[in-house]
Design a protein around this ligand. Structure first.
Ligand code: ARG
Length: 462
């Protein structure tokens, strides 16, 4: 196996040691960032006179060729991607390749590469969040008057609309987007030039390399720069939160697409059949997302426990930040896209939703509110409505089936205008407190959401 060390060793390492320590299959992912980081470093070495301009140009040319060749040109029998790039460079430019590692270590290099790579992945995730939000918002606008039951404790609580329900997820993703923005900003500082642990005596220019790589600036302390993995934990945390969000949405899709609810039919594109039951259309993707959210949480815990108690300075333990981070990033990206696809291609059974709001007494709160608005203390109104609901149940009718005669029979003190608040659709569409499902409140919410969606980034966290 190709290594970047060995001078002090008289014997080669054991095959098992090489296999156990090798990370190339994982870190090849950021081969491009590794090369770009090296180009910035090589250019800086020339500008500062640490190597000659001619050597610097040779190094940069060779690295440029590696960029054009792509990852397939890199040897796979190397310990890691840094070794592979340097090995390929020496094949291309000869001995001068050995000058590239002046005033640099793999410790600052790996942190630089990974931060650059993560920055790119954050941008992709942010675009996925926007795309999912767009789907949610479009559906919410279409279904803003489609009444459905709202639940607390999984019991029917108050009617609202499908549009209102979907907008709840829109805002959750606004926060996730904001978290991504924040995590990106925190990761966007350059460890390059920190060297192994304590900087270097060479007159390097860390501002120049940071600028060349688009970082906001160099990290102020070399020890911190090589020890810190909070950027990876931030990434894992945001991924875990997004996956938790998606798992909840997917659980609803699983429930709602079943016969008991029948609120939605998922399209053929996203469902699977059963090998034995021909009638089945299973929401497997929603179940997999729900299940794999566990992996995202696990990955966060894996790295958090790796970092716990780790002394400052580079420790090889942190090589394993990458498998969990990459898995979470991939999983989160796919899951967001799949969820958007499931939502976008679904058929929403709004009739079934509306039917489900019938005779479920979910407008009882509206009736109590009506009485309270007329001056009855809310507690008394609550009691009165409880009695009316019981009387309706005894008669086998719902609240919305009450007519003037029956109401009078049950409770003559309740004015007949109260009957007007008992229809679920009207109940949902008239709850206009800010953030409510009412027509006016939803129009305001949608307007604000549209404006935020059109903006770059997620600066308004809400
Ligand atoms: N593959 C290593 C990692 O990912 C690179 C840094 C190696 N540094 C060292 N001192 N062995 O962490």
């Amino acid at each position: 196996m190709r290594k970047l060390w060995g001078g002090a060793f008289s014997e080669g390492s054991d095959e098992l040691v090489e296999r156990f320590g090798q990370s190339i299959e994982t870190d090849l992912r950021f081969w491009e960032e590794d090369v770009l980081g090296s180009i910035a470093h090589a250019t800086m070495l020339g500008r500062t006179g640490i190597v000659s301009e001619a050597d610097s140009a040779l190094l940069a040319d060779g690295l440029g060729r590696i960029l054009r060749e792509g990852p397939d040109g890199l040897p796979r029998d190397a310990e890691d991607v840094h070794t592979a790039v340097e090995a390929r460079l020496s094949e291309l430019v000869g001995e001068v390749a050995g000058k590239l590692h002046t005033a640099r270590s793999r410790n600052d290099q790996v942190a630089t590469d990974a931060r650059l790579y993560l920055r790119k992945r954050y941008d992709e995730l942010a675009a996925d969040v926007k795309a999912l939000q767009r789907v949610l918002l479009d559906l919410a606008r279409t279904h803003r008057e489609a009444t459905m039951p709202g639940y607390t404790h999984q019991q029917r609580a108050q009617p609202y609309t499908l549009g209102f329900h979907l907008m709840a997820s829109f805002w959750a993703f606004q926060r996730h987007g904001n978290r991504l923005d924040h995590a990106r900003a925190l990761a966007n500082y350059s460890p390059l030039g920190a060297a192994a642990v304590a900087g270097t005596g060479f007159p390097i220019d860390r501002v120049a390399t940071a600028e060349a790589l688009g970082f906001a600036g160099p990290m102020p302390n070399a020890l911190d720069a090589t020890s810190d993995r909070s950027w990876a934990l931030d990434g894992l945390h945001v991924c875990a939160l997004i996956m938790l969000e998606l798992s909840r949405m997917c659980q609803e899709l699983v429930l709602w697409s079943g016969n008991e609810f029948g609120f939605v039919s998922l399209s053929d594109r996203v469902t699977t059949g059963s090998s034995i039951m021909p009638q089945k259309r299973n929401p497997d993707m929603a179940e997999l997302i729900r299940g794999r959210a566990a992996r995202a949480v696990g990955n966060y815990v894996t790295l958090a426990t790796t970092m716990k108690g780790l002394p400052l300075g580079y420790n090889r333990d942190t090589q394993d930040d990458k498998p969990c981070l990459f898995e979470s990033l991939d999983l989160t990206r796919d899951s967001m896209r799949l969820t958007a696809l499931m939502l976008e291609t679904a058929t929403w059974r709004t009739d079934a939703m509306r039917r489900a709001t019938k005779r479920d007494f979910s407008t009882a709160t509206d009736l109590a509110d009506f009485l309270a608005a007329q001056g009855t203390p809310f507690r008394t109104a609550h009691e009165t409505v409880g009695k009316i609901a019981r009387a309706c149940r005894e008669r086998g009718i719902g609240l919305e089936d009450l007519n003037v005669a029956t109401l009078r029979e049950i409770d003559p003190t309740v004015p007949e205008e109260a009957l007007s608040v008992l229809r679920p659709t009207q109940s949902a569409l008239s709850r206009n407190s800010q953030g409510g499902p009412g027509r006016r409140a939803m129009a305001a919410q949608i307007k604000r959401a549209r404006a935020l969606l059109a903006r770059k980034g997620f600066r308004d966290p809400v």
